[in-house]
Design a binder for this molecule. Structure first.
Ligand code: SF4
Length: 307
């Protein structure tokens, strides 16, 4: 069978191991070399181009049900393994920071690669007297407690609602800075083996977004960004945004691309601002685009600011 393998950047170094196993079974293997940002970003074009009957997407849990005639889609999440002796020292520091902040009830969240580790983290915190809530994420989230860069709902929904603080167990700042819970957020990072509060960075990001909304409200011409990535494409949202902006007497056009970047948009000099219907984290790089970018989720706030 023709199989296309797809890996996020951090797992591309494992491509040959997986390819070898399948080739030993007699499959014809192709490997997507396109950038892969998340579970929303299935390599469907590449699968079609090579006539693959199966697409195996590594590293993420399923995002949404995608049906493509003649193509089987399989998700193979990656689960990180840890040196628990060192991780527990880091968690002791995290527990100390929570005590200082008088947070007794915490919401525990994590990216899917720490799903299995999260059970130990929960036990660790409970053994030190914390009450640990594991909330349910939004429609694209498969596991309780799991967060995506575009969905931090598990930090404040359901049983996590009344938590005093959020504990994010995972690496990097991409996921925790997406947790707009209104609560303090503590990173317990098992890759850096460090624990630290990230609340100020989240607040700064929120301020930047408010500034972008204000600046965008002054624009006369808007570009509305639509991605062709299967988990991001939102043509209906873009058409609605265009109508609403035009009702305000401004001009709007819909721009379609698989992936948006400052270079791709640099020569569209006529647009004064962008409304983004694709990955909501594009706005994190707003400054690099040189023009304000606001998310579709904020369109009502944008329209209210337009006079
Ligand atoms: S939409 Fe953006 S944040 Fe959400 S899964 Fe895709 S790449 Fe990640």
């Amino acid at each position: 069978m023709k199989i296309l393998l797809q890996f996020p950047e951090g797992l591309k170094q494992e491509a040959l191991v997986h390819a070898s196993k399948l080739e030993a079974d007699g499959d014809d293997v192709f490997i997507s070399a396109s950038a892969c940002y998340g579970a929303c970003d299935l390599a469907l074009d590449e699968a079609r181009a090579v006539g693959a009957k199966k697409l195996i997407h590594f590293g993420h849990a399923e995002f949404s049900e995608v049906r493509v005639a003649g193509l089987k889609i399989e998700y193979v999440p990656y689960f990180a393994e840890l040196d628990w002796e060192t991780a527990e020292k880091m968690l002791e520091k995290a527990a100390g920071l929570l005590r200082e902040a008088t947070a007794r009830k915490v919401a525990l969240v994590f990216p899917v690669q720490h799903l299995k580790n999260s059970r130990k983290v929960k036990e660790f915190l409970e053994a030190r007297g914390f009450s640990v809530a594991v909330g349910k994420g939004g429609e694209h989230v498969r596991h309780a407690g799991q967060v995506l860069g575009c969905d931090g709902t598990a930090a404040y929904a359901g049983e996590a609602k009344n938590a005093d603080a959020v504990v994010y167990f995972g690496g990097g700042k991409f996921h925790p800075t997406g947790i707009a819970s209104g609560k303090k957020v503590l990173c317990a990072d098992p890759h850096l083996m460090d624990a630290y509060w990230i609340t100020q960075e989240i607040e700064k990001q929120e301020k930047r977004r408010k500034g972008a909304l204000l600046a965008a409200s002054q624009a006369k011409t808007f570009g509305i960004l639509v991605s062709t990535k299967c988990g991001q494409a939102n043509v209906a949202g873009a058409v609605l945004a265009k109508k609403l902006i035009e009702k305000k007497g401004r001009r709007a056009e819909i721009l379609v691309a698989n992936e948006f970047s400052p270079i791709a948009l640099a020569n569209f000099l006529a647009f004064g601002a962008y409304v983004n219907t694709a990955c909501p984290r594009i706005v994190d790089d707003g400054e690099a685009y040189g023009k304000p970018i606001v998310n579709l989720a904020d369109i009502r706030r944008l329209l209210e600011l337009m006079v």
